[in-house]
Design a protein around this ligand. Structure first.
Ligand code: HEM
Length: 548
């Protein structure tokens, strides 16, 4: 009995869909077999039933893909899909390509927030993905036993993930171990010396300039500090006033692509076979290899982060896994430079907008670090309530990592209660921190406004408008505030970031008065923020006037 081509093609597409549905294969071999092998075999078997080979190829390939796509989409939109009960945008339910497209447009954080405003606390943002805006969901997502989701697949070189891309808890814990010593009091003391140098160089460089784009200068300072602190290497960006090695621009370019592709990680399996020469990824790898080589040749007399990551010891020399330490060191330059620079720039922006707050902060700085005194003493910085409130408030409004930190409820677990919601197995889930940090249920009043006072303990509060409210009318839910994430995979460099942000802010504001220059550019700063993996930001020009 001869099967009709349409019946066989339908059965083949149905089998293909079933395999995708059950096993979610993304590797090159399975994909080639399912998308090219099956229709090729069909064409070979059935071509005698067509007038020519060309007609057979066209008819079978087109109908195979069409039916496969219709089955995938139909199932995703059907009431039988496990996430059918959750609301969300139609294109998002159909494909993750929609999320990738929204990221490419640059305002993914605003997009997801608008979705929550429209659909509520739980939104289906992808075929198998939920975003949650509920305080009770944060701990179950970030601090329990949910592993990172496929979004993190892009964070690896040659198939080997750096610390932040390791999904297995045991492997992650082993790689994270050296960070305990790396964050000890004596280690921090060592890093503060590198920081003093960076702040001094920054202030000296700014002294000979009157108008600067502070956004650029925060990046120069952050990279210079990270280079010295992690690998004892000098990027020299502050001295040169530019990106000397190309690392920053490679990072911007690389994260733009990675930010989009992370939503469709299966595509990485194909891209890795495309020519990489000159790509941002190769530039970063080359710089990393050079820095690491220099550092290893310099030996173990340094007390930088690399020293702790390889557990260097004067008597025994290098120990542990050098390759892993290099990879995590490079990853830390990336994780630590843009994040701190971004938050510092945000804070400058908010202070330019609020001159009274700027003055109050300067008064506190002058009290703790009288003019001319070194500002990198981290033991004194922590006693500066208004400075800490300002930094926290900038992190609240714009956490440097704006996207939800994706985790996965694995298949075979039977699903999980996340706060008040049931999340079926095989689902990616995240808590949308950008929305949560601005939710009036957790931060009230004026949750969208920069108002550092909300971080201070007072009996009554004066709002920026001049109105006063008693403390009973303030809602300030610190458990919802998680700019450094939470749990075992939270920011490993949080203490360094705090020390760095405080020292640089104190150093600049101790020495200079700052004022906006160009009204329009200054006003458009917030709208120009782009969320791609990290936050890309535009210029923030300001005028500097030496205070002494
Ligand atoms: C304002 C500054 C910073 C912010 C807001 C920040 C935020 C974060 C967040 C949210 C994560 C988790 C990312 C994820 O799960 O996808 C993270 C991870 C990480 N950060 Fe930071 N970070 C900052 C500065 C730094 C600095 C200065 C360093 C290094 C010295 C650093 C090193 C790391 C590392 C190594 C990880 C990966 C941790 C792991 O997976 O175990 N960060 N950071």
């Amino acid at each position: 009995m001869a099967f009709k081509p349409s019946t066989l093609t339908f059965l083949a597409s149905l089998t293909g869909w079933w395999i995708y549905h059950l096993f979610e294969p993304t590797d090159l071999l399975s994909t080639s077999l399912l998308l090219l092998g099956v229709p090729t075999v069909l064409t070979t078997l059935l071509q005698v039933q067509f007038t020519s080979l060309v007609t057979a190829v066209l008819a079978i390939f087109v109908s195979y893909y069409f039916i496969l796509l219709a089955l995938v989409t139909g199932y995703r939109l059907s009431p039988f899909h496990p996430l059918a009960q959750y609301p969300g945008p139609l294109p998002g339910k159909m494909s993750k390509l929609w999320d990738a497209w929204m990221t490419a447009k640059g305002n993914h954080h605003q997009y997801v927030r608008a979705l929550h405003d429209k659909y509520g606390d739980i939104v289906r943002i992808g075929p198998n993905e939920l975003s949650i805006r509920h305080g009770d969901a944060i701990a179950p997502i970030l601090t329990k036993d949910l592993r990172k989701g496929p979004y993190y697949d892009s964070r690896q070189a040659d198939g080997k993930p750096a610390l932040d891309g390791i999904r297995d808890f045991v492997e992650h814990a082993a790689r994270r171990k050296p960070w305990t010593k790396a964050m000890s009091i004596s280690a921090m003391k060592g890093y503060s010396e590198y920081l003093t140098k960076t702040v001094d160089e920054l202030v000296q460089a700014l002294e000979v300039r009157q108008e600067v784009d502070i956004s650029d200068w925060m990046t120069f300072a952050a990279f210079d500090f990270m280079g010295e602190m992690i690998f004892s290497t000098e990027f020299g960006m502050i001295k040169a006033g530019k990106d000397t090695t190309g690392i920053w621009h490679a990072l911007e370019e690389g994260t733009f692509a990675a930010g989009i592709l992370s939503h469709i990680p299966w595509i990485l399996n194909f891209l890795k076979y495309s020519p990489q020469g000159g790509s941002a990824f190769v530039v970063l790898q080359t710089i990393g290899a050079r820095i690491a080589k220099q550092r290893i040749e310099a030996g173990s007399n340094k007390r930088d982060l690399f020293h702790y990551l390889v557990s260097e010891d004067e008597s025994t020399g290098m120990k542990l896994n050098i390759e892993a330490a290099i990879s995590d060191g490079m990853m830390s330059i990336i994780a630590g430079s843009d994040t701190s620079a971004t938050n510092l720039t945000h804070l400058f922006y908010f202070l330019l907008k609020n001159p009274k707050m700027k003055k109050r902060l300067q008064e506190e700085i002058d009290r703790v670090f009288p003019q001319g005194e070194e500002t990198a003493d981290y033991t004194k910085q922590s006693e500066m309530p208004y400075l800490n409130a300002c930094i926290n408030e900038a992190l609240r409004l714009y956490p440097a990592v704006l996207l939800g930190l994706q985790r996965r409820v694995e298949k075979g677990t039977g699903g999980r209660m996340i706060g008040p919601f049931f999340v079926p197995e095989g689902t990616q889930v995240s808590a949308h921190l950008f929305s949560l940090h601005r939710d009036p249920r957790y931060f009230y009043p004026i949750p969208d406004t920069f108002w550092p006072d909300r971080w201070l303990t007072q009996s009554s509060y004066t709002l920026p408008s001049g109105d006063t409210i008693p403390s009973t009318q303030l809602t300030h839910n610190k458990a919802v505030f998680n700019p450094f994430s939470a749990g075992r995979q939270s920011c490993a460099g949080k203490l360094i970031a705090w020390m760095e942000m405080r020292a640089i802010m104190c150093g600049v504001l101790q020495k200079f008065d700052i004022d906006p220059i160009n009204g329009s550019e200054f006003e458009s700063y917030e709208n120009g923020l782009v969320e791609v993996y990290i936050t890309h930001r535009g210029a923030l020009p300001l005028r500097l006037k030496a205070r002494y």
